[in-house]
Design a protein around this ligand. Structure first.
Ligand code: NAD
Ligand code: UDP
Ligand code: UDP
Length: 316
């Protein structure tokens, strides 16, 4: 098949492309390289079935494809809050353009949505029926509300124009190729531990998250895209950890002597997050297989190759 991946030079997108190329598909990647890098795709750049297109999805584009995995959007708070208006444009105009493309060429369209559509959830764990508790005017809203509109657009193109859509609500995902400076908790802790500087826990560290290793997530993408169900479907690992537990796990694995430093909790930081994956299990036969310890070890090894010189004066 001829498959378009938007945001394919980023963290999750590049792992998805590895998998699609290995399966023998022809893959087109669109990326504006805001948080993505060519180095994530180096092994495919000269492959005859691979094409990398530098393009910003807020502008229209004409291509012929069978499937579209739509991932383009900065995912970490540091990056999506740097230019919030651009984040909204990417989610709204960018998703509109990709749905317009899907409509024209009759391609199946997969949206990488997020657990952030649940906001700071009052239901725990979160099922797909839960409608969320999102602040429309906060500093996370450009992303949360942007993704909510993206979901609305997908379902309206489905109802109005018969576009086949698949919507995944992705929970916190980690693994090799995360950016050192993206401010997300796993990359921050791993980089800090490797540099021997204190791990920065925001608040008292009692807030929880559930961390899915990237290869598990990609497997869920492929099953959802090629299955019968439109979704939305939660894709994430239901094993829930407090942020302090995560800090301690990284500390023990990388640098037992490194300190843990408590810093203020950011505004609108969700208290708890854990997916209910009943739908993914029953509809897709999917559940994560990589335990946190194993995934962390692979992630640490990847960061170790990138962080060559210790720099005790700087935090990531
Ligand atoms: P990432 O930042 O590594 O990848 C996003 C990619 O999109 C980058 O390569 C970036 O350059 C590109 N991009 C951004 N704006 C663009 C634009 N206007 N035009 C073209 N390309 C653009 O992030 P990621 O972690 O790989 O996330 C991928 C998708 O998964 C995102 O849609 C994100 O919202 C979603 N998601 C990720 C997580 C997670 O934990 N990583 C959780 C929930 C949802
Ligand atoms: N679009 C695109 N590539 C295509 C087809 C459409 O980028 O191959 C864009 C198009 O420019 C428009 C958006 O997708 O901004 C929505 O397209 P649609 O046909 O649904 O709406 P219309 O063009 O009628 O407003
Ligand atoms: N966090 C932390 N230290 C850091 C980075 C993040 O304690 O150096 C916390 C953050 O406040 C949040 C959790 O870890 O409670 C997950 O943050 P991340 O930005 O990775 O993802 P999200 O908040 O979008 O789930």
């Amino acid at each position: 098949m001829r498959i378009l991946v938007t945001g394919g030079a980023g963290f999750i997108g590049s792992h998805l492309i590895d998998r699609l190329m290995t399966e023998g598909h022809e893959v087109l990647c669109i990326d504006n390289f805001y948080t993505g890098h060519k180095r994530n795709l180096l092994k495919w750049l000269n492959h005859p079935y691979f094409e990398l297109i530098r393009h910003d999805i807020t502008e229209p584009i004409s291509l012929e494809v069978d499937q579209i995995y739509h991932l383009a959007c900065p995912a970490s708070p540091v990056h999506y809050q740097y230019n919030p208006v651009k984040t909204i444009k990417t989610n709204v105009m960018g998703t509109l353009n990709m749905l317009g493309l899907a409509k024209r060429v009759k391609a199946r369209f997969f949206l990488a949505s997020t657990s952030e559509v649940y906001g700071d959830p009052e239901q725990h764990p979160q099922t797909e029926e839960y409608r969320g508790n999102v602040n429309p005017i906060g500093i996370r809203s450009c992303y949360d509300e942007g993704k909510r509109v993206a979901e609305t657009l997908a379902f309206d193109y489905h109802r109005q124009n018969d576009v086949e859509v698949r919507v995944a609500r992705i929970f916190n995902t980690y693994g090799p190729r995360m950016l050192e400076n993206d401010g997300r908790v796993v990359s921050n802790f791993v980089v800090q531990a490797l540099r021997g500087v204190p791990l920065t826990v925001y608040g008292d560290g009692s807030q929880t998250r559930s961390f899915c290793y990237v290869s598990d997530l990609v497997d869920g993408f492929i099953r959802l895209m090629n299955g019968e169900h439109t979704g939305p479907v939660n894709l994430g690992n239901p094993d829930e950890y407090t942020i302090l537990q995560l800090a301690q796990a990284v500390q023990q694995m990388v640098a037992p002597d490194v300190a843990i430093r408590f810093e203020p909790l950011p505004q609108d930081d969700p208290r708890r997050r854990k997916p209910d994956i009943t739908k993914a299990k029953t509809w897709l036969g999917w559940q994560p297989t990589v335990p946190l310890q194993d995934g962390l070890r692979l992630t640490v090894e990847d960061f170790r190759t990138r962080i060559t010189s210790p720099n005790p004066d700087s935090n990531p």
